[in-house]
Design a protein around this ligand. Sequence first.
Ligand code: FMN
Length: 463
Amino acid sequence: MLRKVEVCDVTTAWKIGMFQCAGLMGTWKLAENTATDFLDLGHWLTMARRCEEAGVDFLFFADDYGYPVVNGGLPATAVRSGVQFPKGDPMAILPALAAVTEKLGLVTTLSTTVEKPPMVARKMATLDHMTNGRIGWNVVTGAGQNASARLFGSELTEHDKRYEIAADHVDLSLKLWEGCWDEGALVVDREAGIYADPDKVREIVHRGPHFSSDGVLTVPPGPQRTPVLFQAGASAPGRDLAAKYAEAVFLAAEVPALAAQIADTRRRAEQYGRDPASIKFLMAGTFVVAETEAEARAIRERATATRTLDDAAASYAFFTGLDLSVMDPDKPLDPSAALTQTGRTNVERFLGPNAPTVRQILEEFQRNSVMGAPFIGTAEQVVDQAEVAMAATGADGFLVQPDHTGTFDSFIDLVMPELRARGLVQTDQPAMTLRERLLGTGSPHLAAEHPGAVYRNSAAARQ
Ligand SMILES: Cc1cc2nc3c(=O)[nH]c(=O)nc-3n(C[C@H](O)[C@H](O)[C@H](O)COP(=O)(O)O)c2cc1C
């Protein structure tokens, strides 16, 4: 039966991003899952094309150098079961995806703990050109930081200090993107022999608490200048970093916790003089969807059965640095767990009144990992559930998890038509920059009130 399609207002349309990492994920053990093709470029080209055809806003690649570390090394479980291991580098995949798409936003993570600002600025500025302004940077201090520190032969930097470094990192990166090349600096006049106007290209000066720089970004600005700034990591200093700089935020938790995190980040943004409504919050959404509810529930059971409690413990160790397998399963986490120097979002989540026991945390990680409860059922049922979650959290859209096949096929084939029919998404937009598409401000550049905007053509970038 043909349904009436509601008209969607582009400013209120749900934003839809797709979550991937360039590695093995969750349910790779199922016969129909294709995540083991993560080192095959064709796998990613097919996925990007499908996302583009479906009209989703962007494809996101999570990234880090880490892996689970238990008892000072990589546990056998992580190797055997493929828990946060192995993975490739999204930076090597993204340009190929840019070549086969025209509208799809492309977003990836670079850690402010691992990468230096000029490296991030140069890579992202180049990708802004290669994607015609469709690139976004997910700013994180980083999951798996205990493993990453060992790999790079450095001491683990303390949690809160990592966030201080992140703020200084973003500040310098913004100067490089916004402050080096004035509008009109690029001349390319062959007859006059002028490539760029020396009066309009300048070195920035940065004396921050963690980074110092006198230099110029050698890449001329792309369509967006600054990539769209995403942020993930919901500890208090993480929310503060988001409030100051992020244009979009990735979150994953249960609905009440999500609502609190979003409200708190918007409140902090206001304190930084930003319009709290200008930040888009995208909650991780797992949609287990099939033609019938019974089928969806069967898929869910098969997917959960691919993960053991040992896998769950390895996964938890990756995010938090804590080994649940040696803790009393019948007691909640000790409050001192909140002092972990690895990631805190997934520790704080399980503390406080009505805290679950260690066994319950393991079971939660076995079912849902960091992503919170899934929506399960037919397309109509999961969209009903998603509408309730959106209303309860004040989020702006979803970061959709791959389905049991490792792709987004069930979401694209079943959920997207339902979202369109209800007028919840806008999927027929022309090609534009990711910032225009996501924020709807009509400009490819940072908003005037964003702290990076002050560095444009200004002496502020040189002090
Ligand atoms: C949807 C989502 C995507 C994320 N992507 C990444 C990522 O790509 N790389 C990474 O290191 N951390 C990522 N994180 C954040 C980490 O899980 C972790 O919370 C953070 O880096 C440590 O900060 P915290 O102490 O504030 O939790 C992501 C989190 C969420 C919710």
